[in-house]
Design a protein around this ligand. Structure first.
Ligand code: PLP
Length: 451
């Protein structure tokens, strides 16, 4: 693509290195430069309007123009623009938020540690698990099991937990001590004639075998997203989590629920853990926590995790971990207001209701020749695009069809995201029934244009 000299696109190409972008081809594909947002829509610098069907990055729960969040940030900025949580310091906003999170947690939680991104929250979880094992006199109990296709972030530790090849290749990851077990992607990974139930049983048994092979007393924790997001919106079989938790209990292995995408209503309940009967020892939260208006994340831990950590910090003299902006008052104020709005407007029930409409509408596309499977729950969904539905086979190379349909959708006023050939939809929780219908019509039209 060629752009006017000094245009925003030309300057973006000149100066800006983008994550999750082919750095060599950025000029060819060209940047989509967004100017402003209105509800579930964003508008680019040329005036083109898009349904933001990914809520940015699975995250803008309240849409792109929620004035109350702006007011909450401004009010906090004027009152106390920064304070921190080191060396026994605190402030009212972070105390309120910590209390609120513990109150709404789906299982009893003891404490909240604040961080700035999902990656940092998961990184912190891993460090505190190691710290706890040392505190308990179990220095060999350090390994963490995550899953292929899982996504937990991009720091050295959290990228290691991530189970996607692009996050490891050429980065010399994963680090030692992180193990990956199979993903609950039934459509892609079940054996011929294997039911969903049998598939879940096999995954739990493979997990058990991995633990046995490594030595149960070397495994400290298991981490998983209730529904995998970036791995292609992988909705687990109904009994999967129940079976996995039975294995973890058997070997006294901690469970971390990565609720960075699922938290705050995405799956039609406040937390994905509620949707799937997960009882985590630790939970990581971010994204919809502040509707992504400002960066904030959190790690919640139960008493079983907290008490040994408290003992160890007492022995050493301090808990040697913390981020300058962890517990920053301004994103904390936005987070408190986000949760208040979600509760006041009944947006969790709303997500379940309009989510059902989205899921039903997308499943009507199952007969389309380019559709292999539609999956999802609440307001998170994916269409698995295929060249040959009968054979569940992709166009060569994998991702070509996904990129094609994603491009057509953009032309038709929808921002979606393709992970290979899985085309994801994860709109803001405030989407209305009429907007869901508008989105569905544009998806159907785009699929037809791709044939
Ligand atoms: N965990 C999950 C489930 C995510 O989807 C993400 C980001 O997409 C992360 C962790 C990492 O969050 P961040 O990008 O804020 O570091």
């Amino acid at each position: 693509m060629t752009y006017q000299p000094n245009s925003p696109e030309a300057r973006d190409i000149a100066y800006h290195l983008h994550g999750y972008t082919n750095a060599r081809r950025h000029d060819e594909v060209g940047p989509l430069v967004i100017d402003h947002g209105e509800g579930i829509h964003v508008v680019d610098i040329h005036g083109n309007r898009y349904i933001e069907a990914m809520a940015g990055l699975w995250s803008v729960a309240l849409g792109f123009s929620e004035k109350r969040l702006v007011d909450a940030a401004t009010k906090q900025l004027s009152k106390l623009p920064f304070y921190h949580s080191f060396t026994h310091k605190s402030h009212g906003t972070i105390i309120d938020l910590a209390e609120k999170l513990v109150t709404i947690a789906p299982v009893p939680m003891s404490k909240v540690f604040f961080t700035n991104s999902g990656s940092e929250a998961n990184d912190t979880a891993m460090k505190l698990i190691w710290y706890r094992s040392n505190a308990l006199g179990q220095p060999q109990k350090k390994k963490i099991i995550s899953r292929l296709r899982g996504y937990h972030g991009v720091t050295i530790a959290s990228a290691s937990l991530t189970g996607l090849p692009n996050n490891h290749r050429s980065f010399d990851l994963p680090i030692a001590g992180v193990l990956h077990t199979g993903s609950p992607h039934y459509w892609k990974e079940h054996r011929p004639d294997e039911s969903e139930e049998d598939f879940a049983t096999r995954l739990a048994s493979e997990l058990d075998q991995l633990i046995q092979a490594e030595g149960p007393d070397t495994i400290a924790a298991f981490i998983g997203e209730p529904v995998m997001g970036a791995g292609g919106v992988v909705v687990p079989p109904r009994t999967y989590w129940q079976k996995v938790q039975a294995v973890l209990k058997k070997y006294d292995i901690l469970l971390i629920a990565d609720e960075v995408i699922c938290g705050f209503g995405r799956t039609g309940k406040m937390f994905g853990s509620e949707t799937y009967g997960i009882e985590p020892d630790m939970m990581t939260l971010s994204k919809q926590l502040s509707s992504s208006y400002l960066p904030i994340s959190a790690l919640m831990i139960n008493d079983r995790v907290f008490q040994p950590i408290a003992d160890e910090s007492n022995k050493i003299g301090t808990l040697g971990h913390g981020f300058t902006a962890g517990g920053h008052p301004v994103p904390a104020a936005v987070a408190l207001e986000t949760i208040k709005i979600i509760e006041e407007r009944g947006l969790v029930a709303h997500a379940a209701e309009v989510g059902a409409r989205l899921q039903t509408g997308l499943r009507r596309l199952t007969d389309h020749p380019l559709v292999g499977e539609v999956r999802g729950v609440g307001l998170i969904a994916a269409i698995e695009l295929v060249a040959d539905a009968a054979k569940r086979s992709a166009l060569d190379p994998v991702g070509k069809l996904g990129t094609l349909v994603n491009g057509i959708l953009q032309k038709n006023g929808v921002i979606s995201r393709n992970m290979g050939d899985a085309l994801a939809f994860c709109p803001p929780l405030i989407i209305t029934a009429a907007e869901v219908d508008d989105l569905l019509a544009r998806i159907a039209r785009s699929l037809d244009e791709a044939r």
